[in-house]
Design a protein around this ligand. Structure first.
Ligand code: COA
Length: 464
């Protein structure tokens, strides 16, 4: 059957009116039980139907012997029964008219059971159901309050959609985003990508109003051409960040045996990503650093960057990083130097980096920042602060937030505070106010550089 309505069917996966958990175990700690618990406790407002032939009730919900017995339509079925029972369960889902299925069960292509995997795809196609997985930890979509996974429960809402081909790493990163207070619109475990693959999800999230950035952990793509075609279009509207594992030859072999992906030559991937505007990150720290900036900052309208700092050393490190990551530091015109001189002592430097010196006060920072924000020849700002006894980090954070909200024009700014716990608190405050912050100058620069690369690709920065 045609998969032409595939994108439409995906809506049922993320906006289901009802969810069945097939293989909802009675025993706490078992996967089917924990998925059901996550669905209930994360606050999914639709109907939840546990399915288990040996139970009458689980976690206070009436249980059904089979999906066919449910007296209502079922949009999404999460399947957590041993692999050999999956075809039969899928047939029942098809007959029931289920629209989308997420197959948690492992034991398919990844261990050589390709025929079984092919069979479940055939059944899904026969009934026009979209199939996520198999071999996945589930999915989360925060706008629908849907946590149909056996990962951590309290995923924070936000606008980064995170797609993971790795199960354990995906689950771990879900927990890590909670710790780091990074908000997500979605977490999708794609596993073996037997039916739904990255390109389908790119199409969906490319149009999803709740998603601003799409972040993919990938070991390989099944259909490279399709991925590139979709990525090229989506990248013009929304940034796509990819962590493509298996850079080394041995890593590529490990990826092949992990999810059964054809890893392909790394250089081919590199070139393909560049061509279609995909931002390739080296590791997950970098990927989330970039995604946080891409999710909240406006795109720059030009290349000119300034660094504002109270520490010469931090300024030099940031300058080196700008060189390394391809950011252009503005050659400061004389009239601008004079403007910035107002916010520093005589021994400060109004060149770029603008060094307000170690005795810089919050007012001086605020003045210099407002000057930069309102100056049309400056397109992006890197603001650095090394903790001193002169300036209280939290008061400085307030001053920065004030300047950012008062500025007439919205432009990208990344912030790095270096110091103790007070700096950490101050950075979290700024982050909440929509200003991305980083623990080192290099990470701040790297995030801004990713935003510039994307802005070039998407045409916000005109190429000369
Ligand atoms: N329909 C509905 N429920 C069924 C069923 C059917 N056809 N057949 C069995 N069940 C019930 C069982 O009775 C059991 O409930 P109970 O614990 O109350 O008795 C429940 O479904 C689960 O079945 P069980 O046979 O106990 O399997 P399990 O929970 O040990 O394992 C999987 C099921 C899917 C979790 C397991 O096979 C698996 O694949 N694990 C790996 C998952 C994984 O790693 N995924 C990738 C992560 S990234």
């Amino acid at each position: 059957m045609s998969q032409g309505s595939g994108e439409h069917q995906l809506k049922y996966m993320f906006y289901p009116k009802s969810v069945a958990v097939i293989g909802a175990s009675r025993k706490p700690g078992k996967i089917g039980h924990e998925i059901l618990r996550n669905l209930i406790e994360y606050g999914y407002p639709g109907k939840i139907y546990p399915v288990n032939p040996s139970a009458d009730e689980i976690l206070g919900l009436k249980c059904y012997k089979s999906v066919l017995e449910i007296p209502d339509e079922v949009d999404l079925a999460v399947i957590s029964v041993p692999a050999k029972f999956v075809p039969e369960v899928l047939e029942q889902c098809g007959k029931k008219g289920v629209k989308a299925v997420a197959v948690i069960s492992a034991g398919f292509g990844e261990i050589g059971n390709v025929d079984l995997e092919r069979k479940i795809v055939e059944i899904a196609r026969k009934y026009n159901m979209r199939l996520l997985g198999p071999n996945i930890f589930g999915l989360v979509y925060t706008p629908s309050k849907l946590n149909a996974s056996f990962g951590p429960r309290d995923v924070l809402p936000g606008n980064i959609a995170f797609i993971s081909q790795s199960g354990a790493l995906g689950i771990a990163l879900m927990g890590w985003t909670i710790l780091e207070e990074i908000g997500l619109s979605a977490v999708v475990s794609v596993g073996n990508k037997a039916d739904i693959e990255d390109a389908d999800l790119l199409e969906f999230f490319g149009k999803d109003e709740h998603t601003k950035v799409i972040l993919i952990y990938m070991e390989g793509v099944k259909d490279g051409r399709k991925f590139m075609k979709v990525a090229r279009e989506v990248s013009k509207r929304k940034p796509i960040v990819v962590i493509k594992a298996g850079r080394s030859e041995r890593g590529a072999k490990a990826a092949a045996s992990h999810t059964g992906s054809l890893a392909g030559s790394d250089r081919v991937y590199d070139a393909a990503f560049k061509q279609c505007g995909v931002l390739r990150a080296n590791n997950f720290e970098e990927a989330f650093d970039w995604a946080r900036a891409l999710a909240i900052l406006p795109p720059p309208s030009g290349e000119n960057v300034v660094i504002i700092t109270n520490g010469g050393g931090a300024g030099v490190l940031a300058t080196d990083a700008c060189e390394a990551y391809g950011l252009k530091l503005l050659e400061m015109p004389k009239d601008l130097e004079d403007k910035f001189r107002k916010y520093m002592p005589a021994f400060g430097s109004p060149h770029n980096p603008i060094d307000l010196t170690g005795q810089a006060s919050e007012e001086q920072y605020k003045g210099a920042l407002l000057e930069a924000l309102n100056e049309p020849r400056i397109h992006s700002i890197i603001l650095l602060y090394c903790q001193t006894i002169i300036t209280d980090p939290e008061a400085l954070a307030d001053a920065i937030i004030e300047a950012y909200t008062q500025a007439k024009v919205k432009k990208p700014i990344v912030v790095n505070f270096v110091g103790g716990v007070e700096c950490d608190r101050a950075m979290r405050k700024m982050e909440k106010a929509g200003i991305p912050t980083y623990p080192t100058p290099e990470r701040a620069v790297s995030a801004l550089a990713a935003l510039h690369r994307w802005a070039r690709y998407a045409g916000y920065i005109k190429q000369t």
